[in-house]
Design a protein around this ligand. Sequence first.
Ligand code: ADP
Ligand code: ZN
Ligand code: ZN
Length: 754
Amino acid sequence: MPKPILKIALDVPLDRLFDYLSGGLMAKIGQRVLVPFGRRSQIGIVVAMADSSEFAIEKLKPVTQVFSDELPIDAETLSLVKFSADYYQYPFGQALLSALPARLRQIAPAVSRKQYAYQLTDAGRQLDIETIPKRQLVTRRVLAALQVAETLSETLTEAALDEISSSARKAAKQLVSEGWAISLQVQASVKTLETAPALEPDLNQEQAFAVRQITQHAAAFKAWLLHGITGSGKTEVYIRLMQHVLQNKDAQVLVLVPEINLTPQLEARFRSRLPHFSLVSLHSNLSEGERLHHWQLAQSGAARIIIGTRLSIFTPMPNLKLIIIDEEHDSSYKQQDSMRYHARDVALVRAKRLNIPVVLGSATPALESWHNATATAPNINNAKTSQAEASQTNKYNLLSLNQRAVTAAQLPHIDCIDTTKVNLQHGLTPQLIAALKLRLVRKEQSLLFINRRGYSPVLLCSACHWIAPCTRCSSKLVVHLGQKKLRCHHCGHEQKIPNQCPSCGNADLHPTGHGTQRLEQTLAQLLPTARIARVDRDSTSRKDALVEILDKVHNQEIDILVGTQMLAKGHDFPNLTLVGVVDTDSALHSPDFRASERLFAQLMQVAGRAGRADKAGQVIIQTQFPEHVLFNALRTQDYVTYANSLLQEREQVQFPPYVFTALLRAEANDFALVQQFLQHAFTLARSLTDKVLVYDPVRPQMERLKGMERGHVLMQASSRPALQHLLKNLVGELRGKSIAAKVRWAVDVNPLEF
Ligand code: ADP
Ligand code: ZN
Ligand code: ZN
């Protein structure tokens, strides 16, 4: 006899479950149900069943509908989300529902969409691709792919179209309406390729050692930190590990990647090397239908390889046997709103619970990870270090790849040019300009990198030094010359460029700072023959725009790429031999204690873009501080020394990873409310414990954001359980307080940004 009371998680900001009667409907744990809630209906997930309720049975309502055709969410996923919700102080129901694909939050059965595949018609077979205009790039590529499919007696699936471009489906439909192709409805399934895998290189010694170590321990939890410079063959190691694990019947592998930009490349590489295993991706660029479909393939066990961004860590995978986290240091693994989880940390918990290995790969590991992999037994002279802390260290196993995998590929030569000692032309040093010219002569490519934070051009009055501010944030507006607009990069506010200074009436207002657009213009003047492309949020806002630019780079139709960190990651351009770094000094002296760690990682990554193939690369960094330790470490590509020195500093001043921190963030239209709330929370926190250092309420660097006044209280402890204990009690008490209802507040555990 099933228990009559269902405990249901709902997407409401209350940290509790809701009791309903099963009402004769058969529901399992993990199943999606529809329930009446207030005056509306809501989707919920059954998480437990009980014989009794703390409420009177007559008051309970029955569930309206059970979506019994859908697979229930398994216990492992439910408990992982529960753990995360508790750890990050977020309501479980909200955490659970937001971990699901959007379609599963809607009041409708989740049916996967019909799938189509395409093939050429007779007319289409006759068609000469050259008759299609060159600018219809996607159409041409779809046609070419259809022709290839034809020679293999195959059809072209929608998944295959998606690999061509996100507008390829549209192009395919267009071909159908022109009568050149037909579409066939096919059974939705995961694609595996029948082709033979691409050739695999022989591993070098370091790679072979890493693979051997991990595969020898593949049947149990261990955290591996795979530290290897760019191009050292980390991805090759991932592939071998996947091959090994996937030999086991039904085994699944999850690969986390920081950004959707990176998934297509990795996906293509995995598909060509592991063609017999069904692979799906999970990221926000998918349509809702695709996301649901991919998610269900993971949940059913049909998909064996899942590549996804941070949210995919919560995807049910019944046979998960290995987790790989590429670029583990990347801050996009941390969610910055709602439940502020860190996907790497959740992945570690998941791997531990499943007793499977987790591999963290990076050229510049997060200092936390480096600390976990390298810190040794406590210093006996330091009485403060306790036994408990000692057991915290050496939690990860370090594996290093110190050589580039392709032997010919040399490390780039790095020069720091002192900008105080030369005459700059529009912000560029003569050395950099000469190096760019040389590349043009040699028909090689260059990349100019701008550190986005703080280096966008602002509008400055030459007479009174007024700078156009955002009225809703404590930030300056950024000049967008193309659209003749000023825009706030924090809240999106836009306005026209004023004709005169609102402060003094002067008409001489000009952009200052080196934004990507200005740099592009400057280059066009200095190097009129160069073909220049800019990659930033503006130039790539259109879907496919980035893919098109990258294609052009590969086809040698671009000489100089100008852009922000979007370009720093992953892309492999064999003919790119020069990287120029235009302005990074603000990050050297940022008040954010993580700024130098981040800058170093970024510069290592951009430097890694230069000279990947057989051509030696050169990196030119323009700075006022060429002797800075960060640049010295960069010149020798010496992450280890630099990381150790940063860790020493952090230990001296007792910053993470030597202490554990959490922020109580609050914001409201009226700062007085924020202050009142934070003061209350501060006093409360102090009264609840003496094991946690609770700092006075302060305002963050960005005092105002999107019209909201902000403040926070920092809490810091040398023991994580003590901090967790305080947070739980503090949040519990605050939730009932009337002042807490007047502000927007949230707890950020292990915050990355202040
Ligand atoms: P990472 O992920 O560390 O940046 P990759 O795995 O992408 O490095 O390797 C960089 C390049 O070297 C790729 O083109 C890859 O195919 C090649 N490569 C990797 N391992 C080997 C090897 N053992 N022998 C030859 N080439 C290799
Ligand atoms: Zn002025
Ligand atoms: Zn703003």
